[in-house]
Design a protein around this ligand. Structure first.
Ligand SMILES: [Zn+2]
Length: 316
């Protein structure tokens, strides 16, 4: 859809100029990022599977900045529970620092400005959407993707806004339906919403009609809530077959995405070399450890000398 390009490009430009203004004094070392989340069974390939019913609606109480190698643990970091009722960015006092729960602004790495995106020509696939786990680019960028949306972490909007980096959200329609407004500040902060089915089933082996309903139906619903219709998709658990790619193609989805790295409980898990490579797609979720996971992803990208970029600027 033509409405994609302008908002995405504008937000990227704005983010780039904001990042250029930031001080380099807050660089984080990121020296101890270890793989080891409780992800899927094979080398981090499978999407960490947490059924919606197993997810608590209570946000993490952990001081996320202490779970990684962050050098800062600001006084604003709370040791108490950060429940859903806590405002994302309560102001400590007039002109004082903002109080966040599980992170502080000093935890956020500073990146080199992102390059001007070089669009990638996707291979022709004769009636099927292409499926990738990274963007074939040599530019010094990596892509953060955040899945599902069942758990609406109260810190996510403020953290994303403070980080000034673009992300792609693969949202499950059933998770959005209960509170679409939760995601609007994230979109305002640079997130772009893509399709992740209606009810998060394992699509592999199911009928064309089922897969088309799940993929296309979620794209239509997301378009209804957020105006822009998704052009990318991710099948739940990364499980797909030829029917998935055909169904996605038939309702206008341009490409599906796996991932190269996963983040869970503040740890980055790599499939190969313990370093994010240019063009890599990183997977995390809306989970209780959202601040720790997001900061771990940022630190891994920074440690690799890369800058977060927007997937849709490259492939949509
Ligand atoms: Zn998912």
């Amino acid at each position: 859809m033509s409405i994609l390009r302008c908002p995405a490009t504008r937000s990227t430009m704005a983010l780039r100029s904001m990042m250029a203004l930031r001080s380099a004094a807050a660089l984080l070392a990121g020296t101890a990022l270890l793989a080891g989340c409780a992800a899927g069974p094979v080398g981090g390939l499978a999407e960490p599977s947490i059924p919606p019913t197993a997810i608590s609606s209570t946000a993490s109480s952990g001081p996320a900045s202490s779970s990684g190698p962050a050098t800062s643990s600001g006084p604003a970091t709370s040791s108490g529970p950060a429940g859903p009722g806590i405002a994302p960015s309560a102001v400590a006092g007039a002109g004082g620092p903002k109080a966040h729960h599980g992170w502080s602004e000093a935890d956020i790495p500073v990146f080199a400005p992102a390059p001007v995106p070089e669009r990638v020509i996707l291979p022709g696939t004769d009636g099927s959407a292409p499926y990738l786990s990274r963007v074939p680019t040599a530019q010094k960028v990596a892509f953060i993707t955040i899945d599902d949306g069942y758990l609406k972490h109260p810190e996510a909007p403020a953290l994303l806004a403070a980080a000034h980096v673009p992300v792609t959200l693969f949202l499950t329609a059933d998770a959005v339906r209960e509170d679409p407004d939760y995601f609007r500040p994230l979109i305002d902060a640079g997130a772009v919403v893509e399709a992740h089915t209606i009810s998060h089933p394992d699509l592999r082996g199911t009928s064309y009609a089922t897969q088309k309903h799940q993929l296309c139906g979620s794209a239509d619903e997301l378009a209804g809530w957020f105006t822009r219709r998704p052009v990318l998709f991710r099948p739940p658990y990364g499980n797909k077959d030829a029917t998935t790619l055909r169904a996605a193609h038939d309702c206008g989805l341009k490409a599906g995405f796996m991932w190269r790295e996963t983040v869970h409980k503040g740890k980055v898990r790599y499939q190969g070399e313990h370093r994010v490579q240019p063009g890599d797609v990183i997977l995390m979720h809306f989970r209780e450890a959202f601040p720790a996971d997001f900061l771990a992803a940022l630190r891994a990208i920074r440690k690799a000398g890369l800058t977060p970029a927007l997937l849709e600027d490259y492939v949509a």
